[in-house]
Design a binder for this molecule. Structure first.
Ligand code: ADP
Ligand code: MG
Length: 298
């Protein structure tokens, strides 16, 4: 689902009840995907992408809220997280090994600009103020769905659970007395991890250059786009963010990937509830200050 595998692990007294709760989480993912997918021509987001360049478009409260949060995160991350990256990003097809040439990027680069999205609260409307703008919520929707799924489980009284969608994971409570141990994948070695973090009631998101990519003439073209260049962001292999809200860890991990070690750690330092682990292009690990307590060895 959402281009990745969604898993739900939970503790329940009753197996049938537990399965029903897991199914409710999966149904919530499907609902969010129908709302926000750019692959579905009839999703609310596709309708916005089609029409918001022409005139203000009405939109539902949920999408309005999430787009608002995404735009705020663009400010926090100095533009590294920018859902308008899609203005160029739609020209990439990693499965088909397709990428735009320099002229196509140059012609559209100005349309990557979160400041040019006008979101109005009353009436609830969105408008693009530059030609050729498009939105893609791929860097935040999975975290949002994981957070929503966790809320469903919490509301029915589940106290121990792990939900994950690709690189985005949310743990509820602990693993019955022990912290959950969540591994950070080795970006260059499948099946191995560079470290594990002990987590209780937290979210963790990793953005990596190994999820969707192709290699051409020794260059790795992958799905995290630097909004400043319209090209895949270089210098980092993976970026992980830990914190209380999966919607935010999802967006911040994408942003840390784009920002790199120095700028990324400087910005995460300003967000006391959030910590980061970044793996640079030589495979070296960098931790934000709050994580300097040694993590458990792989
Ligand atoms: P994953 O999808 O592997 O969990 P991310 O959370 O980093 O990894 O999300 C990557 C997705 O985010 C891309 O597939 C794309 O849809 C979107 N994206 C890429 N670059 C940016 C960016 N600079 N800002 C916001 N979203 C982005
Ligand atoms: Mg992300």
């Amino acid at each position: 689902m959402m281009g990745t595998v969604v898993t739900v692990d939970l503790w329940a007294e009753d197996a049938i009840q537990g399965k029903a709760w897991a199914a409710a989480v999966i149904a919530e993912f499907a609902r969010i995907d129908r709302l926000m997918s750019t692959y579905k021509a009839d999703s609310e987001l596709s309708r916005i992408n089609r029409d918001a360049g022409l005139a203000p478009v009405g939109l539902g409260a949920e999408l309005h809220g999430l787009i608002g949060r995404a735009l705020a995160l663009s400010v926090t991350t100095e533009g590294a997280f920018d859902i308008t990256y899609e203005s160029v990003g739609y020209l990439y097809d990693f499965r088909a090994r397709q990428r735009p040439d320099v002229d196509s990027i140059a012609a559209r680069l100005d349309a990557i600009d979160y400041r040019a999205v006008k979101l109005n609260a009353d009436p609830r409307q969105i408008q693009f103020t530059k030609p050729g703008m498009r939105l893609n919520l791929g860097g935040i929707a999975k975290g949002y769905a994981v957070e929503r799924g966790a809320a469903i489980l919490r509301d029915v009284g589940v106290r121990h659970a792990v939900l994950s969608a690709g690189g985005d994971t949310r743990v509820l409570g602990d693993r019955r007395g022990q912290p959950w141990l969540v591994g950070i994948r080795n970006p260059r070695k499948q099946g191995s991890v560079v470290t594990r973090l002990p987590l209780v009631d937290e979210a963790i998101s990793t953005s990596g250059d190994y999820e969707r990519f192709f290699v051409e003439d020794g260059v790795r073209y992958h799905h995290i786009i630097n909004p400043a260049t319209g090209m895949p962001s270089m210098g980092v292999q993976s970026a992980t963010v830990v914190g209380p809200d999966a919607t935010i860890t999802d967006a911040l991990s994408t942003a840390m990937f784009v920002l790199g070690i120095e700028r990324g750690l400087r910005i995460i330092q300003k967000l006391p509830a959030y910590e980061a682990v970044i793996v640079d292009d030589k495979g070296q690990l960098f931790y934000s200050d709050g994580l300097m307590v040694p993590a458990i060895a792989p």
